[in-house]
Design a protein around this ligand. Structure first.
Ligand code: DOR
Ligand code: ZN
Length: 419
Protein backbone atom coordinates (compact mmCIF):
# COMPACT_ATOMS: atom_id res chain seq x y z
CA UNK A 1 0.00 0.00 0.00
CA UNK A 2 1.25 3.47 -0.86
CA UNK A 3 2.22 5.46 2.23
CA UNK A 4 0.45 8.76 2.72
CA UNK A 5 2.59 11.83 3.37
CA UNK A 6 3.86 11.85 6.90
CA UNK A 7 2.87 14.67 9.21
CA UNK A 8 4.32 15.45 12.62
CA UNK A 9 2.43 17.39 15.28
CA UNK A 10 5.20 18.90 17.37
CA UNK A 11 4.99 19.95 21.03
CA UNK A 12 1.52 18.58 21.66
CA UNK A 13 0.28 19.02 25.23
CA UNK A 14 -1.29 15.66 26.08
CA UNK A 15 -4.27 15.58 28.45
CA UNK A 16 -2.04 14.09 31.18
CA UNK A 17 0.27 17.11 31.05
CA UNK A 18 3.16 15.54 29.11
CA UNK A 19 4.40 17.18 25.92
CA UNK A 20 5.14 14.96 22.91
CA UNK A 21 5.56 14.95 19.16
CA UNK A 22 2.94 12.86 17.35
CA UNK A 23 3.84 11.28 14.04
CA UNK A 24 1.01 10.48 11.64
CA UNK A 25 1.35 8.03 8.76
CA UNK A 26 -1.06 5.91 6.73
CA UNK A 27 -4.05 7.44 8.49
CA UNK A 28 -2.90 6.47 11.98
CA UNK A 29 -0.66 7.70 14.76
CA UNK A 30 2.59 5.85 14.08
CA UNK A 31 4.73 7.20 16.89
CA UNK A 32 4.36 9.30 20.04
CA UNK A 33 7.56 10.78 21.50
CA UNK A 34 10.33 12.70 19.81
CA UNK A 35 9.37 13.51 16.20
CA UNK A 36 10.97 11.97 13.16
CA UNK A 37 11.79 13.78 9.87
CA UNK A 38 8.52 14.44 8.06
CA UNK A 39 7.01 16.02 4.97
CA UNK A 40 5.25 18.54 7.16
CA UNK A 41 5.68 19.63 10.76
CA UNK A 42 3.05 21.63 12.63
CA UNK A 43 4.17 23.32 15.84
CA UNK A 44 1.35 22.84 18.35
CA UNK A 45 2.92 24.82 21.17
CA UNK A 46 0.18 26.75 22.96
CA UNK A 47 -2.65 25.02 21.10
CA UNK A 48 -5.45 22.75 22.25
CA UNK A 49 -4.87 19.52 20.30
CA UNK A 50 -7.90 17.25 20.51
CA UNK A 51 -8.71 13.90 18.95
CA UNK A 52 -11.39 15.06 16.50
CA UNK A 53 -14.98 14.60 17.59
CA UNK A 54 -17.42 11.85 16.60
CA UNK A 55 -20.85 13.49 16.55
CA UNK A 56 -23.14 10.50 16.92
CA UNK A 57 -26.38 12.43 16.38
CA UNK A 58 -26.81 14.59 13.28
CA UNK A 59 -29.51 15.09 10.66
CA UNK A 60 -27.70 15.82 7.40
CA UNK A 61 -30.95 16.16 5.36
CA UNK A 62 -30.07 16.37 1.61
CA UNK A 63 -32.46 15.05 -1.07
CA UNK A 64 -35.87 16.66 -0.75
CA UNK A 65 -34.64 18.53 2.31
CA UNK A 66 -31.59 20.08 0.66
CA UNK A 67 -32.86 23.59 1.30
CA UNK A 68 -32.11 22.94 4.99
CA UNK A 69 -28.76 21.17 4.52
CA UNK A 70 -27.01 18.61 2.34
CA UNK A 71 -24.11 16.24 2.80
CA UNK A 72 -21.59 18.78 1.55
CA UNK A 73 -22.69 21.77 3.63
CA UNK A 74 -23.41 19.62 6.70
CA UNK A 75 -20.07 17.82 6.72
CA UNK A 76 -18.14 21.03 5.95
CA UNK A 77 -19.90 22.47 8.97
CA UNK A 78 -18.76 19.38 10.91
CA UNK A 79 -15.09 19.76 9.89
CA UNK A 80 -15.11 23.48 10.68
CA UNK A 81 -16.27 22.50 14.17
CA UNK A 82 -13.58 19.85 14.73
CA UNK A 83 -15.88 16.89 13.95
CA UNK A 84 -14.47 14.33 11.47
CA UNK A 85 -17.15 11.66 11.84
CA UNK A 86 -20.91 12.09 11.89
CA UNK A 87 -23.68 9.58 12.47
CA UNK A 88 -26.74 10.46 10.41
CA UNK A 89 -30.23 9.85 11.79
CA UNK A 90 -32.86 7.99 9.74
CA UNK A 91 -35.83 10.41 9.94
CA UNK A 92 -35.11 11.48 6.38
CA UNK A 93 -37.75 12.12 3.69
CA UNK A 94 -38.53 9.36 2.76
CA UNK A 95 -37.60 7.62 6.05
CA UNK A 96 -34.63 5.28 6.02
CA UNK A 97 -36.41 1.99 6.55
CA UNK A 98 -35.34 -0.21 3.61
CA UNK A 99 -31.91 -1.51 2.56
CA UNK A 100 -32.39 0.26 -0.80
CA UNK A 101 -32.89 3.69 0.79
CA UNK A 102 -29.90 3.06 3.06
CA UNK A 103 -27.68 2.12 0.11
CA UNK A 104 -28.89 5.13 -1.88
CA UNK A 105 -28.09 7.43 1.03
CA UNK A 106 -24.62 5.93 1.37
CA UNK A 107 -23.87 6.50 -2.29
CA UNK A 108 -25.15 10.10 -2.17
CA UNK A 109 -23.00 10.79 0.90
CA UNK A 110 -19.95 9.13 -0.66
CA UNK A 111 -20.13 11.65 -3.49
CA UNK A 112 -20.67 14.75 -1.38
CA UNK A 113 -19.41 14.32 2.18
CA UNK A 114 -16.21 15.99 3.42
CA UNK A 115 -16.06 14.06 6.71
CA UNK A 116 -16.37 10.37 7.55
CA UNK A 117 -19.94 9.31 8.07
CA UNK A 118 -22.15 6.47 9.27
CA UNK A 119 -25.88 6.01 8.81
CA UNK A 120 -28.41 4.60 11.28
CA UNK A 121 -31.43 2.48 10.41
CA UNK A 122 -34.95 3.70 11.04
CA UNK A 123 -37.09 1.54 13.30
CA UNK A 124 -40.77 1.07 12.50
CA UNK A 125 -42.87 -2.12 12.81
CA UNK A 126 -42.29 -2.80 9.11
CA UNK A 127 -38.55 -2.13 8.93
CA UNK A 128 -36.56 -5.31 8.07
CA UNK A 129 -34.01 -4.77 10.86
CA UNK A 130 -31.74 -7.76 10.05
CA UNK A 131 -31.53 -6.64 6.40
CA UNK A 132 -30.72 -3.07 7.51
CA UNK A 133 -27.96 -4.45 9.73
CA UNK A 134 -26.49 -6.45 6.83
CA UNK A 135 -26.76 -3.37 4.59
CA UNK A 136 -24.41 -1.56 7.00
CA UNK A 137 -26.55 0.43 9.45
CA UNK A 138 -24.28 1.74 12.21
CA UNK A 139 -26.99 1.53 14.90
CA UNK A 140 -30.78 1.52 15.16
CA UNK A 141 -32.76 4.73 15.65
CA UNK A 142 -33.09 7.30 16.94
CA UNK A 143 -36.22 5.31 17.78
CA UNK A 144 -39.01 7.79 18.45
CA UNK A 145 -41.12 7.08 21.53
CA UNK A 146 -43.13 10.18 20.65
CA UNK A 147 -43.48 11.81 17.25
CA UNK A 148 -40.96 14.54 16.40
CA UNK A 149 -39.98 16.38 13.21
CA UNK A 150 -40.30 13.77 10.44
CA UNK A 151 -40.13 10.99 13.05
CA UNK A 152 -42.93 8.46 13.54
CA UNK A 153 -43.47 7.08 17.05
CA UNK A 154 -43.40 3.38 17.92
CA UNK A 155 -45.57 1.85 20.67
CA UNK A 156 -44.06 0.16 23.77
CA UNK A 157 -45.05 -3.26 22.39
CA UNK A 158 -43.39 -2.55 19.03
CA UNK A 159 -40.37 -1.26 20.90
CA UNK A 160 -40.07 -4.50 22.90
CA UNK A 161 -40.13 -6.54 19.70
CA UNK A 162 -37.54 -4.26 18.05
CA UNK A 163 -35.28 -4.59 21.11
CA UNK A 164 -35.42 -8.40 20.83
CA UNK A 165 -34.33 -8.30 17.20
CA UNK A 166 -31.62 -5.67 17.73
CA UNK A 167 -30.30 -7.63 20.72
CA UNK A 168 -30.11 -10.82 18.67
CA UNK A 169 -28.15 -8.97 15.98
CA UNK A 170 -25.71 -7.55 18.55
CA UNK A 171 -26.74 -3.99 17.59
CA UNK A 172 -27.24 -0.78 19.53
CA UNK A 173 -30.69 0.78 19.96
CA UNK A 174 -30.65 4.58 20.22
CA UNK A 175 -33.76 6.18 21.65
CA UNK A 176 -35.53 9.51 21.52
CA UNK A 177 -37.52 9.23 24.76
CA UNK A 178 -40.36 11.71 25.16
CA UNK A 179 -44.03 11.78 26.07
CA UNK A 180 -46.30 14.23 24.24
CA UNK A 181 -49.74 15.35 25.34
CA UNK A 182 -52.06 17.18 22.94
CA UNK A 183 -52.32 20.94 23.27
CA UNK A 184 -51.71 24.23 21.49
CA UNK A 185 -48.08 25.40 21.36
CA UNK A 186 -48.02 29.13 20.62
CA UNK A 187 -45.02 29.69 22.95
CA UNK A 188 -41.83 27.96 24.08
CA UNK A 189 -43.37 27.53 27.50
CA UNK A 190 -46.46 25.76 26.12
CA UNK A 191 -44.25 23.60 23.87
CA UNK A 192 -42.38 22.51 27.01
CA UNK A 193 -45.74 21.86 28.73
CA UNK A 194 -46.79 19.31 26.11
CA UNK A 195 -43.33 17.68 26.29
CA UNK A 196 -42.61 17.84 30.02
CA UNK A 197 -39.51 16.83 31.99
CA UNK A 198 -41.68 14.36 33.93
CA UNK A 199 -42.96 12.89 30.65
CA UNK A 200 -39.41 12.49 29.38
CA UNK A 201 -38.34 10.67 32.56
CA UNK A 202 -41.48 8.46 32.36
CA UNK A 203 -40.64 7.66 28.73
CA UNK A 204 -37.10 6.67 29.75
CA UNK A 205 -38.52 4.32 32.40
CA UNK A 206 -41.06 2.88 29.92
CA UNK A 207 -38.22 2.15 27.49
CA UNK A 208 -36.32 0.34 30.23
CA UNK A 209 -39.42 -1.71 31.05
CA UNK A 210 -39.92 -2.57 27.38
CA UNK A 211 -36.35 -3.80 27.09
CA UNK A 212 -36.91 -7.26 28.58
CA UNK A 213 -34.36 -8.80 26.20
CA UNK A 214 -31.45 -6.77 27.59
CA UNK A 215 -30.71 -4.97 24.31
CA UNK A 216 -27.84 -2.45 24.46
CA UNK A 217 -29.43 1.01 24.64
CA UNK A 218 -28.29 4.59 24.17
CA UNK A 219 -30.55 7.45 25.31
CA UNK A 220 -30.32 10.42 22.95
CA UNK A 221 -30.41 14.09 24.01
CA UNK A 222 -31.73 13.74 27.58
CA UNK A 223 -32.75 17.18 28.79
CA UNK A 224 -33.20 16.82 32.55
CA UNK A 225 -31.39 15.43 35.57
CA UNK A 226 -34.28 13.08 36.40
CA UNK A 227 -34.18 11.49 32.92
CA UNK A 228 -30.44 10.97 33.23
CA UNK A 229 -31.01 9.31 36.62
CA UNK A 230 -33.66 7.04 35.12
CA UNK A 231 -31.56 5.96 32.12
CA UNK A 232 -29.73 2.68 31.68
CA UNK A 233 -27.01 2.11 29.10
CA UNK A 234 -25.31 5.16 27.66
CA UNK A 235 -26.54 8.73 28.04
CA UNK A 236 -26.23 11.60 25.58
CA UNK A 237 -26.78 15.33 26.14
CA UNK A 238 -26.70 18.18 23.64
CA UNK A 239 -24.94 21.55 23.79
CA UNK A 240 -28.32 23.30 23.49
CA UNK A 241 -29.71 21.61 26.60
CA UNK A 242 -26.43 22.15 28.47
CA UNK A 243 -25.92 25.82 27.52
CA UNK A 244 -29.36 27.24 26.70
CA UNK A 245 -32.60 27.62 28.63
CA UNK A 246 -35.84 28.91 27.21
CA UNK A 247 -35.81 32.12 29.30
CA UNK A 248 -32.89 33.24 27.08
CA UNK A 249 -35.30 33.57 24.14
CA UNK A 250 -38.41 35.51 23.35
CA UNK A 251 -41.44 33.35 24.28
CA UNK A 252 -42.60 33.10 20.66
CA UNK A 253 -39.17 32.56 19.08
CA UNK A 254 -39.49 29.38 17.02
CA UNK A 255 -35.73 29.37 16.34
CA UNK A 256 -35.47 27.96 19.88
CA UNK A 257 -38.13 25.28 19.31
CA UNK A 258 -36.57 21.84 19.60
CA UNK A 259 -37.50 18.36 20.84
CA UNK A 260 -36.97 17.74 23.68
CA UNK A 261 -37.66 21.42 24.46
CA UNK A 262 -35.23 23.82 26.04
CA UNK A 263 -35.90 23.73 29.78
CA UNK A 264 -35.89 26.35 32.55
CA UNK A 265 -32.63 27.67 33.98
CA UNK A 266 -33.11 25.52 37.08
CA UNK A 267 -33.75 22.37 35.05
CA UNK A 268 -30.73 23.12 32.88
CA UNK A 269 -28.55 23.35 36.00
CA UNK A 270 -29.88 20.00 37.17
CA UNK A 271 -28.86 18.47 33.85
CA UNK A 272 -25.41 20.04 34.21
CA UNK A 273 -25.10 18.56 37.70
CA UNK A 274 -25.27 15.06 36.07
CA UNK A 275 -22.19 15.86 33.91
CA UNK A 276 -20.29 12.83 35.22
CA UNK A 277 -23.10 10.44 34.19
CA UNK A 278 -23.33 11.92 30.68
CA UNK A 279 -21.29 9.62 28.42
CA UNK A 280 -21.66 11.54 25.18
CA UNK A 281 -22.19 15.10 24.07
CA UNK A 282 -23.72 15.06 20.58
CA UNK A 283 -25.20 17.98 18.70
CA UNK A 284 -28.56 16.68 17.39
CA UNK A 285 -27.69 18.98 14.46
CA UNK A 286 -31.21 19.49 13.04
CA UNK A 287 -31.15 22.38 10.55
CA UNK A 288 -34.33 23.98 9.23
CA UNK A 289 -34.54 27.01 6.96
CA UNK A 290 -35.02 30.49 8.44
CA UNK A 291 -38.24 30.72 6.47
CA UNK A 292 -39.61 27.64 8.22
CA UNK A 293 -38.51 28.95 11.61
CA UNK A 294 -40.02 32.40 10.98
CA UNK A 295 -43.50 30.83 11.02
CA UNK A 296 -45.68 31.04 14.14
CA UNK A 297 -44.19 28.73 16.77
CA UNK A 298 -47.01 26.19 16.52
CA UNK A 299 -46.34 25.71 12.77
CA UNK A 300 -42.53 25.83 12.79
CA UNK A 301 -40.57 22.55 12.76
CA UNK A 302 -38.52 21.57 15.83
CA UNK A 303 -34.75 21.41 15.73
CA UNK A 304 -31.60 23.53 15.88
CA UNK A 305 -28.26 23.27 14.04
CA UNK A 306 -25.17 22.59 16.19
CA UNK A 307 -22.49 20.31 14.70
CA UNK A 308 -20.09 23.24 14.14
CA UNK A 309 -20.58 24.89 17.52
CA UNK A 310 -20.43 21.81 19.80
CA UNK A 311 -16.67 21.61 20.42
CA UNK A 312 -16.25 25.42 20.29
CA UNK A 313 -18.82 25.88 23.09
CA UNK A 314 -17.32 23.07 25.17
CA UNK A 315 -13.80 24.47 24.76
CA UNK A 316 -14.96 27.95 25.74
CA UNK A 317 -16.30 26.26 28.90
CA UNK A 318 -12.88 24.62 29.38
CA UNK A 319 -11.22 28.06 29.18
CA UNK A 320 -13.69 29.22 31.83
CA UNK A 321 -12.87 26.11 33.88
CA UNK A 322 -16.47 24.83 33.86
CA UNK A 323 -15.35 21.56 32.22
CA UNK A 324 -11.98 19.82 31.96
CA UNK A 325 -10.27 19.04 28.67
CA UNK A 326 -10.07 15.25 29.35
CA UNK A 327 -13.84 15.21 29.98
CA UNK A 328 -14.53 17.03 26.72
CA UNK A 329 -12.30 14.58 24.81
CA UNK A 330 -13.99 11.59 26.46
CA UNK A 331 -17.55 12.77 25.79
CA UNK A 332 -17.04 13.98 22.21
CA UNK A 333 -14.52 11.48 20.87
CA UNK A 334 -13.43 8.47 22.94
CA UNK A 335 -16.81 7.47 24.39
CA UNK A 336 -18.87 7.79 21.20
CA UNK A 337 -16.24 5.78 19.30
CA UNK A 338 -16.34 3.07 21.94
CA UNK A 339 -20.16 2.98 22.09
CA UNK A 340 -20.31 2.66 18.29
CA UNK A 341 -17.44 0.17 18.19
CA UNK A 342 -15.26 2.20 15.80
CA UNK A 343 -11.49 2.77 16.13
CA UNK A 344 -10.78 5.73 18.42
CA UNK A 345 -8.92 8.87 17.42
CA UNK A 346 -6.22 9.61 19.96
CA UNK A 347 -2.60 10.22 20.84
CA UNK A 348 -1.28 6.64 21.07
CA UNK A 349 0.26 4.64 18.24
CA UNK A 350 -2.44 2.85 16.24
CA UNK A 351 -5.12 5.45 16.94
CA UNK A 352 -7.02 7.04 14.07
CA UNK A 353 -5.09 10.18 13.04
CA UNK A 354 -8.03 12.58 13.28
CA UNK A 355 -7.23 15.76 15.22
CA UNK A 356 -8.54 19.28 15.67
CA UNK A 357 -6.11 22.08 16.59
CA UNK A 358 -7.38 25.18 18.35
CA UNK A 359 -5.78 28.50 19.26
CA UNK A 360 -6.82 29.12 22.85
CA UNK A 361 -9.03 32.11 22.20
CA UNK A 362 -12.78 32.40 22.30
CA UNK A 363 -14.64 34.47 19.73
CA UNK A 364 -18.26 35.44 19.41
CA UNK A 365 -20.32 32.84 17.52
CA UNK A 366 -21.90 34.37 14.44
CA UNK A 367 -24.06 32.52 11.93
CA UNK A 368 -22.34 34.42 9.09
CA UNK A 369 -19.10 32.59 9.90
CA UNK A 370 -20.67 29.11 10.05
CA UNK A 371 -21.07 26.67 7.17
CA UNK A 372 -24.48 25.04 7.60
CA UNK A 373 -26.84 25.88 4.74
CA UNK A 374 -29.54 26.89 7.21
CA UNK A 375 -27.63 30.11 7.94
CA UNK A 376 -28.58 30.64 11.59
CA UNK A 377 -27.56 29.40 15.04
CA UNK A 378 -29.29 29.44 18.42
CA UNK A 379 -25.87 30.26 19.93
CA UNK A 380 -25.50 33.66 18.18
CA UNK A 381 -23.32 35.96 20.32
CA UNK A 382 -22.10 33.23 22.72
CA UNK A 383 -18.40 32.51 22.94
CA UNK A 384 -16.74 29.62 21.11
CA UNK A 385 -13.20 28.36 20.51
CA UNK A 386 -13.12 27.29 16.85
CA UNK A 387 -10.54 25.00 15.24
CA UNK A 388 -7.74 26.57 13.29
CA UNK A 389 -6.80 23.32 11.55
CA UNK A 390 -8.42 19.88 11.29
CA UNK A 391 -6.76 16.60 10.30
CA UNK A 392 -8.59 13.50 9.06
CA UNK A 393 -6.72 10.24 8.34
CA UNK A 394 -3.45 12.13 8.85
CA UNK A 395 -4.32 14.71 6.16
CA UNK A 396 -5.14 18.38 6.66
CA UNK A 397 -8.77 18.76 5.58
CA UNK A 398 -9.51 22.22 6.98
CA UNK A 399 -7.34 25.21 7.76
CA UNK A 400 -8.26 28.84 8.41
CA UNK A 401 -11.66 28.58 6.75
CA UNK A 402 -10.48 26.56 3.73
CA UNK A 403 -11.53 22.96 3.02
CA UNK A 404 -9.40 20.31 1.35
CA UNK A 405 -11.43 17.23 0.41
CA UNK A 406 -9.49 14.05 1.25
CA UNK A 407 -11.02 10.57 1.19
CA UNK A 408 -14.01 10.54 3.49
CA UNK A 409 -15.17 7.02 4.29
CA UNK A 410 -18.50 5.46 4.98
CA UNK A 411 -18.12 3.55 8.25
CA UNK A 412 -20.60 0.67 8.18
CA UNK A 413 -21.86 -1.05 11.32
CA UNK A 414 -20.62 -4.44 12.54
CA UNK A 415 -23.34 -6.37 10.68
CA UNK A 416 -22.26 -5.18 7.24
CA UNK A 417 -21.96 -7.94 4.71
CA UNK A 418 -20.95 -7.32 1.08
CA UNK A 419 -23.29 -10.02 -0.22
O1 DOR B 1 -36.03 18.91 17.47
C1 DOR B 1 -35.82 17.90 16.82
N1 DOR B 1 -35.56 17.94 15.51
N2 DOR B 1 -35.84 16.72 17.45
C2 DOR B 1 -35.79 15.57 16.77
O2 DOR B 1 -35.84 14.54 17.38
C3 DOR B 1 -35.72 15.55 15.29
C4 DOR B 1 -35.12 16.78 14.81
C5 DOR B 1 -35.23 16.98 13.32
O3 DOR B 1 -34.93 16.05 12.57
O4 DOR B 1 -35.58 18.09 12.90
ZN1 ZN C 1 -34.28 13.09 18.63
Amino acid sequence: MKSRPCLVLQNVSLPDGRVADITLADGCVSHTGAGIPADRVIDCHGLFVLPAAVDMHVHMRDGRQSAKEDWETGTKSALAGGVTMVVDQPNTVPPLTTPETLRARVSKARKKAFSHFAINSGVTPKTPLPAMWRAGAMAFGEIFCAPSSYGEAVSPRELGTAFETIQSLGGLATIHAEEVVPGPVPTLESHARVRTPEGEARAVRAVRDANTSGCRTHFCHLSTGASVDAASGSVEATPHHLFLSRDMFDETDAFAKVNPPLRTGRERKELLSRWDRIDVVASDHAPHTSREKEQPLSDAPSGVPGVETMLPLLLAAVLEKTFTLPDVIAKTSTNPASILGIPPAGFSPGCRADFALFKKEAVSIEADNLHSRCGWTPFEGRMGVFPWLVIMDGIVVYQDGEFFRASPSWIPGKGFSHR
